[in-house]
Structures are given as structure tokens and as C-alpha cells.
Design a protein around this ligand. Sequence first.
Ligand code: ATP
Ligand code: MG
Length: 415
Amino acid sequence: MSNTPKAIRGTQDIFGAEAEAFAHVVETFERVRKLYRFRRIEMPVFEKTEVFSRSIGETTDVVSKEMYSFLDRGDESLTLRPEFTAGIARAYITNGWQQHAPLKVATHGPLFRYERPQKGRYRQFHQLDAEIIGAAEPQADVELLVMADQLLKELGIADGVTLMLNTLGDGASRDAWRASLVEYFRAVQGDLSEDSQERLERNPLRILDSKDPRDQAFVAGAPKIDDFLSGEAQDFFGAVTSGLDAAGVAWTRSQSLVRGLDYYRHTAFEFVTDRLGAQGTVLGGGRYDGLMESLGGPATPAVGWAAGIERLAMLVGEVGPQDGHVVVIAENSGAEAAALRTLKQLRSVGIPANASFKGNPKRRIEVATKDGASLLLFVRDDDDPRGLYNFRSMLREGNSDDLLAMRVRAALGIE
Ligand code: ATP
Ligand code: MG
């Protein structure tokens, strides 16, 4: 074992109940995105580095210290995707997906960030992602938030998860707010964290997102976006909040909410919980009207969100028992072929079935029991005068899985 290579720090090998919870999150997302008519897309795991550096912003944590970038054998700088949106924007431009606007798309898969690994924070993690591209209307923001809300409800984790909502205003509102933030933080510069002292001139909004207590002491008193919102930006935000109210989605205003990426305009939001310690943001997103232009594309309004699958899976916890299944056991070696035929018949009509083929019959029953079988089906060879099948219910009296037994009998033509 000592010279077996170790897994890369911050990656996970997911198995058992955790893997079932992970799959349950993805399956629920797939169901909900179809319900909302989002089209499925598949995206490359890596892109040219500039796809991310030009859009996410050079001064963000993601670009300045978290990207997995490398030169490939053709000396091109490539980066393992740290998020979905930039790659989707690149694809929208390069494939001419404008013809489908407004385009509702969804995807999920692995992302890579060089972060300090801890519970709920990994270097390879996984996200669900939903975007509406080519829609400037606040109804698009509402649609995405209603969908996120339904997803959390269908996962059974909406209790204790709060939608925190903010607006960052339009370009003009944001610039005025930014100038006022620089002035405010400059006065206390020496008391800020080293990171924030550096962010001050280049990216003061980032200070609002700082988790350092030295910065947080000043965040509460910082200038608020509401004092800088243009009439248009106010109307936009008003339309989003009244849409949420009409759809029955609860929300809480958070005036200091900014997101970890630079491209957001207008709406910004996070669904947060206190059940995951410091890693409490399960889903986040917002409007990114300026992003396409930063990649050299035409001005294209868009809005989207991403959710951490691992964090959702932790909240989901144990996924309830799977449907009952039958385990097929050949009684002797002459019955192997009949057992295979039986398994195929059961599965072809949608009955969950497993084989138990390791060791003697006693051992096979043990394995099946451990596997959680609700029904054992012993198969004899074709010439056995006692008939082909022998059933044994594995459930306690009065709790037997009668429906499963009936289905099995019907599938195999047993009286
Ligand atoms: P955080 O503030 O927790 O670092 P973020 O703002 O960097 O989050 P986003 O880029 O908005 O996160 O990603 C959306 C979601 O993806 C997060 O809300 C979280 O659930 C999940 N996520 C982000 N980074 C990680 C990570 N390193 N490991 C696991 N999940 C992550
Ligand atoms: Mg982060």
C-alpha cells in the first residue's frame, strides 16, 4: 500500500449513501429543468484560459489564485473550468446560439478550483447550472428563482434555507456606489485585512464579500447600493421582487450581498443555510449583462445560477430506501442458464433484480440479505420435478412486499 498513489487533495471518491444522495440531487434537477423547459447542454471541461480571465475578472479570487491553468503540448494556456457560465457564454457566441434567444439551458458536472479543502469545499466539486441567455426582462430572473425554489422544495431541504436577494444596479449605479465604497474604506484602510487593502482601489465590492472579521467590522456601516440606484435599476429590482411575491417565493433583502465573480449586474442572490457551517451557500447567481461583451460578443443580457451538488447532497442526507428488489439465486450449477433467463425477463419488464452468484447457496443468501433484497427467487434447473421457482420473502411477517411478489409472478407466468 505504501507506494500506492494517493488521491489528489481536495478530490473525493464518492460511494454508498453519499453517492445515492448525489445521484438523487442530479435526478431531481433533471426532472425540474425539464418541467421548466430548460434545454440540456454538454460543455467541455476545459477552455482557453482567457475565457475565464476576461469574464470572471482578474482581481477575483477565482482568477487570481484558484484556477487550474496549464500549457498544453501546443503551448496554449488552458484552464480546467472553475465555473460554467463563462464557457456557456463562449459557446453562445461561437455557435451562433443567438438564433435561439431567449435561450434557456441547463447542465451539470465537475468544476475545479485550487481552494483550501474542507467539509463542503473541494478542489474538484460539482454543480448544477441553469441560465437564461438573451433576455433582459426581470421575468427571466423570476423564472430562474422560482425554479431554484422548487428544486430545493422537491429535494425536501427548503426549510432553513433562505433566499438572500440584492441588486447591484446598472452600470451607472454600480460605478457611483463603487466610488463611494472606495472613499469609505480608504478612511479605515489600515484596519482592513491585507487582502482587502489590496482590493480597495481595484475591486472594492470584493471587500463586502470578505469573510475576514477585520473587514466585516466595517461592512455593516458601508455605503448601501440603494442610495445610488438609478430609477431604472429601482424599477427592475421592484419587478423582480413583486414577481417573486406573486409566485410565492420567500426572499430576504441583503444589502451587502455581492457575488464572488465580477460580471454581475442588477439581480444577485444566494440561497443560504446555517446547517453547513461556514460553507452555507448552496446556490448562487445573478444577472450578467456585461459578460458577453467582455468575451468580444454582442451585448447580450443574461441571468443564471449554479448550485453545489455536494452541499445539496449533504443537506439531503440519507436518501430513503430504494424500491424493493428481487435477488435471483441458482440452486445448483445446472440452473445457471435458467437463472440468467429469469433475470433478463424480470429486468426487461422493469422489475429491479440482482444476481447472487458468489459462493455456496448459504453464502449467496447472506450476500442477498446484505444487499437489502426483499424477495429471494431460487431457480432450479429446467428438469426439476418440483418446478422452476421457489420464493422466499425476506421481509418480516405482515410487511412482505406483496406487490413485488405479484409483479414477479406475473412477469414469469407463475400461477
Ligand atoms: P463560496 O462563497 O462558498 O466560496 P462561491 O461564491 O465561490 O462560493 P460560486 O462560484 O457562486 O460559489 O458557486 C456556486 C455554488 O457552488 C456555491 O454556492 C457552492 O454551493 C458551490 N461551490 C463553490 N465552490 C465550491 C467548492 N470549492 N467546493 C464545493 N462546492 C463549491
Ligand atoms: Mg469561492
